[in-house]
Design a protein around this ligand. Structure first.
Ligand SMILES: [Zn+2]
Length: 98
């Protein structure tokens, strides 16, 4: 209710070298939007870099260039679809006996 950290949970933190990463991704993707829908790639001029899987994985394989429109669409979908962050934790413990 205080709203003290309401804003910080909304956005994932970006690494200090984000400007560099961002430039790398845009260059790699030739500054074209990589949004794919029905087998067609958007291909418009990309201005944004997006995390394919939302979270804190900032590796180049998890980043893609998007145009502003598609980035907005994706962000709003993620906002609606991800009320809670679940951790990737495969259960490896076995009870031992069946
Ligand atoms: Zn696009």
């Amino acid at each position: 209710m205080s709203g003290q950290w309401a804003g910080s949970t909304r956005r994932y933190e970006l690494p200090p070298d984000w400007p560099e990463l961002r430039a790398l991704v845009l260059a790699r993707d030739e500054q074209r939007c990589r949004w794919r829908e029905n087998g067609t790639v958007c291909g418009r001029s990309a201005t944004d870099v997006d995390h394919i899987k939302p979270g804190t994985n900032h590796s180049l394989t998890n980043l893609q260039a998007l145009c502003r429109d598609h980035h907005a669409i994706k962000s709003s979908r993620e906002g609606n679809a991800a009320p809670r962050v679940t951790r990737w934790r495969p259960t490896e413990r076995h009870p031992g006996l069946l």
